[in-house]
Write a protein that binds this ligand. Structure first.
Ligand SMILES: Cc1cc2nc3c(=O)[nH]c(=O)nc-3n(C[C@H](O)[C@H](O)[C@H](O)COP(=O)(O)O)c2cc1C
Length: 286
């Protein structure tokens, strides 16, 4: 039986949902599928698999750092068939393109590329009262991903594959914003400014548990202490049940970008949104 390895990163669950739907499409054509969310640990080596899938959300109009690390760690792929799927809340940027190019550079043979919307729990937008793409992926998007899984196997079997065109580079404003959240700045600057407000923090440890890259540890008094490997996902602050986490997301430098994005996305007829308040780790629709 042909074996497929599907490696994805999902923090909010939507990329995981699409991964499951694609896997069910693959399985329906006789594939065995092994699935790994890289936040749970390192996936197995790709050797021995006849198909590789990479799934990811857009983070700051690009792949999240942990997905890039995984891709860099891959050996030469020597023609291994590979597919990519990407989730996004408002603007995918060139997230998918980056991964597709990297896989091609490693010698993989692309056999599929899929992207769709996923509900966007980006803390910056929630703080200004917007939840974009609620209810995504929809039943229709899940059904399309299952069909995508089935179509991939036909391309592996030799059916001609017309490579989808590459996604557009993000607009200048988004590229500027992305620059502000580059890895060097995250590691050397933002990482130093995450704090737990000791008046509010109950030392419940949830922030430590939800960090996808294990960047938070307990200090001597069991308060969270941030390391230097932050991905700027802000899940620690998003999930805190006491609103005790202070982070650079509130810095004025981000404000113009957040307002610009929210204004643009909320007027985009192709995007849905609901107005929300986000308090104590919970997002409530108003
Ligand atoms: C830190 C962060 C950054 C994000 N950046 C983008 C982005 O640049 N463009 C976009 O369209 N969506 C962005 N999103 C939204 C996610 O890509 C989208 O919600 C996706 O469905 C999340 O996948 P998951 O549920 O598997 O974690 C971002 C979300 C977070 C948390």
């Amino acid at each position: 039986m042909p074996r497929s390895l599907v490696v994805y990163f999902s923090q909010g669950g939507t990329t995981g949902q699409i991964a499951q739907a694609i896997a069910s499409g693959l399985r329906s054509t006789g594939y065995e599928v092994d699935m790994y969310n890289i936040k749970e640990g390192l996936p197995p080596k790709v050797e021995g698999y006849s198909l590789l899938g990479i799934g990811l959300p857009a983070y700051w109009y690009r792949p999240p750092f942990n997905v890039m690390d995984y891709l860099y760690s891959l050996p030469r792929l020597n023609g291994l068939p590979a597919f990519v799927f990407a989730l996004y809340g408002t603007d995918l940027g060139d997230t998918g393109t980056t991964v597709r190019r990297l896989l091609a550079g490693k010698g993989a043979k692309e056999v599929g590329y899929f992207h769709c919307l996923g509900v966007d729990y980006f803390l910056g937008y929630l703080k200004v009262g917007y939840l974009f793409s609620p209810g995504h992926p929809t039943e229709g998007e899940l059904a399309r991903s299952k069909q995508f899984g089935q179509a991939i196997t036909e391309h592996v079997a030799g059916k001609e594959y017309a490579k989808p065109v590459e996604d557009q580079r993000p607009a200048l404003m988004y590229r500027l914003e992305r620059f502000l959240v580059n890895r060097w700045i995250c590691n050397h600057i933002y990482s130093r400014f995450f704090r737990a407000d000791v008046k509010k923090c109950t030392r419940c440890g949830l922030c430590i548990k939800v960090c996808p890259v294990s960047n938070i540890n307990e200090d001597k008094e069991k308060y969270p202490a941030w390391g230097r490997n932050c991905m700027a996902c802000f899940t620690c602050e998003l999930k805190c049940p006491k609103d005790a986490v202070r982070s650079p997301i509130d810095w004025p430098i981000f404000r113009p970008f957040l307002l610009y994005n929210v204004r643009r996305a909320s007027r985009d007829p192709l995007l849905d949104h609901v107005r929300v308040v986000h308090i104590n780790g919970r997002t409530k629709v108003i």
